[in-house]
Design a protein around this ligand. Sequence first.
Ligand code: GDP
Length: 434
Amino acid sequence: KPTIAIVGRANVGKSTIFNRIVGERVSIVEDTPGVTRDRIYSSGEWLTHEFNIIDTGGIELGDEPFQEQIRAQAEIAIDEADVIIFMVNGRDGITNEDDFVAKLLFKSNKPVVLGVNKIDNPEMRADIYEFYSLGFGEPFPISGSHGLGIGDLLDEAAKHFPEQHEEDYDDDVIKFSLIGRPNVGKSSLINAILGEERVIVSPVAGTTRDAIDTVYTFENQEYVMIDTAGMRKKGKVYESTERYSVLRALKAIERSNVVLVVIDAEEGIIEQDKKIAGYAHEAGKAIVIVVNKWDTVDKDSKTMKKFEDKIRQNFQFLDYAPIAFVSAKERKRLNTLFPLINMAGENHRKRVQSSTLNEVITDAVAMNPTPTHKGSRLNIFYSTQVAIEPPTFVFFVNDVEMMHFSYQRFLENRIRAAFGFEGTPLHLIARKRN
Ligand code: GDP
């Protein structure tokens, strides 16, 4: 998907426009406890176009002076985006800070669409002409607060989207990435995996603009390892900000079938690990939890079980994810990782037959009757799997409201027990049957 970034000095209304563009998409995924949604990166749609959008204003650097903040935000936009929306405030005219941003963008040669915000009514249109002098062609009048002009702005942005070339990997290739906070050992793991015996790395690494893909084969299965971290341009001031690393992680997650959530056995689980894992879960990707640095732990016969219990407690929303315990440094137990990646990848794209599914649901309802409300009972007429990656099930019912979360959870568990979807989240949707 092409990426749009919104740039501009403070208070021009970047977040308002961002939220307008993202809209109130209703997520079919339950909100994950403990995960605050990051509101700087999202996907949007306009007519036939799907795209990702970044609000660079949301990436703030501690106490850097404002010029450095803007410079960093503009650089992020230049590095990450296909098209930049440069936002200015129509009521203020061109300020020095606008000029500063304009110079940075101008040098980048990226397509820039100029949005003049706070043009709330047609009489104010005359105010936009001075913005021609910024050098980005026609200024587009918009009103974030009234939601005006945003369609025209997106039309213009879409003209600059690059040709979409399909990723040229076969369907049965497993694409995976490693996410986790800094220093858990992601790079070490990548090297350790590629260094395994019988791992045959294909000589040509595919490189997309955002990531380096390493293609390799192990026991007749082809894999693509997506490494966004490898593209880091060391030394840039924003590299160490958490929100920027989240942005890179989200991009890697998006292209993956399977996400390896890496945890540091030495340091244990902290809040940031949950947040990172939450992104992969919410994106509906298959997940394997990888406990790295297992060499640093003093072990007895119960150590692994105890660690596993701790993980289950902390990551309740990942109860479907298998756990691998490895040491990248000593290259130990990596052989346990591959089967889990394969299983998660297979289950993520598994389809089950409607006839069998309906038998399972009928049995489930017989075992644990559906909820009732004011004398009427939830009736599940028919169930079917409508999608894979992740497996998505629709239940046709008499009353959607009566499909309580706890009952849905019960049905999910029955489906898992019957079909074995280990490693992948499942989406369950109730629809009213007409
Ligand atoms: P990244 O930031 O997640 O990519 O982490 P790195 O791969 O750069 O590793 C961070 C540090 O942890 C380095 O000093 C590694 O040598 C160390 N490290 C990585 N894996 C292991 C491991 O399995 N055991 C031990 N003891 N140290 C490790």
